[in-house]
Design a protein around this ligand. Structure first.
Ligand SMILES: [Cu+2]
Length: 256
């Protein structure tokens, strides 16, 4: 068997193995695309924007990866170059210009052109008549306060569906991060500072939230739940909650 034939056989077996590993990796990755903490299963307009941006980045990166792999494959199979020495510098410059400058500049411009408006929609720039909930993070729970109702809850938020809600987020100890993946982006809870986030649910149901910034030994358990109610159910919850004010349970803080 000639050396060339042997090399081709070896290459084909490598490609087959690579394809098998890629398929297994892809299937394993796809299992993480759904679930209570998946940004790819949006349930609100702001989360939908984040999901679209994610898919746009995913397909763009896939096209770039395929293109680069194809170029690499072509380069590896070439036995030599037919480029005249005087054209070599010109060719190298064009690779740097297109691959090193134009491609990353185009990618970043596209990302900012779509990403900045999506991020802006999650900022409560116009607060007139919009419901506000104050969130205070503590090691390791979330204190939820409704200023209009004078109700305090722990790790539990109730909102009406199809209604924008402004969250004012702060922390009493270390930096935490407030995140409800199916309703929108995440925002840091920073001591001595109040950050703003607007979220909206487009369907009723319960949505899981999680602290997304490592904040100490019990960080993993710093989760919470957002219940999105229909208008009637929300009014009923409001009435019940104001009739039976909750008592803040600090036992978790003391026991940790
Ligand atoms: Cu945390």
């Amino acid at each position: 068997m000639s050396n060339r034939k042997r090399r081709e056989l070896k290459e084909n077996s490598c490609i087959k193995r690579l394809a098998e590993v890629s398929i297994i990796a892809m299937v394993l990755s796809l299992t993480g695309c759904s679930g209570p903490l998946s940004t790819l299963e949006p349930s609100g307009p702001h989360a939908q924007g984040v999901a679209w941006l994610w898919w746009g980045m995913f397909w763009f990166a896939t096209i770039v990866l395929i293109g680069m792999t194809w170029l690499w494959w072509r380069a590896m199979r070439r036995d030599g170059t037919n480029t005249a020495p005087e054209d070599l510098q010109k060719k190298q410059n064009s690779w740097v210009l297109w691959g090193g400058i134009a491609l990353p500049t185009g990618a970043i411009t596209l990302l900012l052109a779509f990403g900045i408006p999506i991020g802006h929609r999650m900022l409560p720039l116009d607060t007139d008549g919009v419901m506000t909930i104050e969130i205070e993070a503590r090691q390791w729970y979330w204190q939820v306060y409704y200023p209009d109702l004078d109700i305090t809850l722990i790790d539990e938020i109730h909102i009406p569906v199809d209604t924008p809600v402004n969250f004012q987020i702060s922390s009493q100890d270390v930096i935490h991060s407030f995140w409800v993946p199916r309703l929108g982006g995440k925002v840091d809870a920073i001591p001595g500072r109040t950050n703003q986030l607007r979220l909206q649910a487009s369907e009723t149901g319960s949505f899981q939230g999680q602290c997304a910034e490592y904040c100490g030994v019990a960080h993993t358990y710093m989760d919470f739940i957002v219940h999105a109610h229909s208008a009637e159910d929300y009014a009923a919850w409001q009435e019940q909650a104001t009739d039976e004010p909750r008592i803040i349970d600090n036992s978790r803080e003391q026991s940790e």
